[in-house]
Design a binder for this molecule. Structure first.
Ligand code: FES
Ligand code: FES
Length: 161
């Protein structure tokens, strides 16, 4: 792809239309963090290996560090900042709190965004399935048992198990 330094890209982020100037090398992750100041989405590896940057792109979970912002003109993006509504946490966020599913919290936004998506996908029907479909999200604090329990509880609450 030819490098261009002054592209204009318009995307809907958490329900709001946002127009940004960027260069063609900018990732969706950097667009969110550096241009829109949505720093809830974390940069861990920046190589598609840790899942800390997971967001929803047109309803599908993606690693934001692996998506070029220039390729998503007109897309709908949801970040961790867009999950809660009407002053209430999303049920998955609440389940993470209820199950102590984090320690340092660095991986948590990505874990929560993955969990919301996998429950919607119908991939939370057993502990083994949850572990498999959450396996793209690493946790250096090794809170995996609590994370899996939180996802199972949220799925069960939403009637998906
Ligand atoms: S920061 Fe994107 S997968 Fe690690
Ligand atoms: S809670 Fe620390 S990396 Fe997951």
């Amino acid at each position: 792809m030819e490098f261009r330094s002054n592209l204009t890209v318009t995307v809907r982020v958490n329900g709001q239309s946002r127009q940004v100037q960027l260069d063609s090398r900018t990732t969706l992750l950097d667009l969110l963090r550096e241009k829109l100041e949505l720093t809830g989405t974390k940069k861990g590896c920046n190589f598609g290996e840790c899942g800390a940057c997971t967001v929803h792109l047109n309803g599908q979970r993606v690693n934001g560090c692996m998506v070029l912002a220039a390729s998503i003109e007109g897309a709908e993006v949801t970040t961790i900042e867009g999950l809660a509504g009407n002053g209430e946490l999303h049920p998955v966020q609440q389940a993470f709190i209820d199950h102590d599913a984090f320690q340092c919290g660095f991986c948590t936004p990505g874990q929560v965004m993955s969990a919301v998506a996998l429950i919607k996908e119908g991939h939370a029907r057993s502990p083994a399935e949850i572990r498999e479909w959450m396996s793209g999200n690493l946790c250096r604090c090794a809170s995996y048992p609590q994370i899996a329990a939180a996802v199972a509880a949220a799925a069960s609450q939403q009637g998906d198990r």
